[in-house]
Design a protein around this ligand. Structure first.
Ligand code: IMP
Ligand code: MG
Length: 186
C-alpha cells in the first residue's frame, strides 16, 4: 500500500508482524544476557519511545527505564552533523548496566555521542539496542549489540520514526521509493 507524504511516495519495508517477531527475539536475547543485572533501558527520544516500550515489555527480568532527548536531524531528511542535548536523564548510572535504545543508527553520530556521555559516568556496561541500522551510512568504531534490521540508505518513517515530526504513529516501517533524498533534503 502506497503512502504519499509531501509528494513523496512510501511503501511498507518492514511489516508490523515482522517488527513484533524481531522485538520478541531481541527481548529473549536481552533477557538471557541481563539476568540478575537489573539494567536501565535508556530510551532515546523522540524516535525510540515506541520500540523502547515494546522492547521493555518483551523483557522477562527486572528493568528500569529512563529517557534522554537529543537531536541530530532538525526537520531535514539527512543528518545535520551536530548532536544537541534536549533533555538529560535522571538516573544514577555509575556501576549500572545501561542499554541505550534507539530507533535507528544512521551516521552513527548520535550513538557515538551517547557512548562517550555514558562512559564518562563509569557505568558497569553500556550496550546499544536499535530497531534499524543503515550500515552504508554509519562510521562507527564500536559494535551495536542488538540490531533489529539492517536497511539501505533510503529515508524511512513509522514505528517512532518521523518526517517533520509526523508519521511516528505508523505501525510498520515505510521506505521512500521515489527518487533520492538530496532532491528534497536541506
Ligand atoms: P545518526 O546520528 O545520523 O545516526 O541519526 C540518528 C537519528 O536520526 C535517529 O535517532 C533518527 O531520529 C534520525 N534518522 C536517521 N535516519 C532516519 C530516517 O530514515 N528516518 C527518520 N529519522 C531518521
Ligand atoms: Mg528523528
Amino acid at each position: 500500500m502506497h503512502l504519499t507524504v509531501d509528494k513523496m511516495t512510501f511503501d511498507v519495508l518492514i511489516s508490523r508482524q515482522q517488527i513484533e517477531q524481531r522485538v520478541r527475539e531481541l527481548g529473549e536475547q536481552i533477557t538471557r544476557d541481563y539476568r540478575d543485572k537489573n539494567p536501565i533501558l535508556m530510551i532515546v527520544l523522540n524516535g525510540g519511545f515506541i520500540f523502547g516500550s515494546d522492547l521493555m515489555r518483551a523483557l522477562d527480568i527486572p528493568v528500569e527505564v529512563d529517557f534522554i532527548k537529543i537531536s541530530s536531524y532538525g526537520d531535514q531528511l539527512t543528518s545535520t552533523g551536530e548532536v544537541k542535548m534536549k533533555k538529560d536523564y535522571d538516573s544514577l548510572v555509575g556501576g549500572r548496566h545501561i542499554i541505550v535504545v534507539e530507533d535507528i543508527v544512521d551516521s552513527g553520530l548520535s550513538v557515538s555521542f551517547l557512548k562517550n556521555k555514558f562512559e564518562m559516568q563509569q557505568p558497569a556496561s553500556v550496550a546499544f539496542a536499535t530497531l534499524l541500522h543503515k550500515p552504508d551510512n554509519s562510521r562507527l568504531d564500536f559494535g551495536l549489540e542488538y540490531v533489529g534490521f539492517e536497511i539501505g540508505p533510503e529515508f524511512v518513517i513509522g514505528y517512532g520514526l518521523d518526517y517533520k515530526q509526523n508519521w511516528r504513529n505508523l505501525p510498520a516501517i515505510y521506505v521512500r521509493v521515489d527518487g533520492r533524498e538530496s532532491e528534497h533534503g536541506a
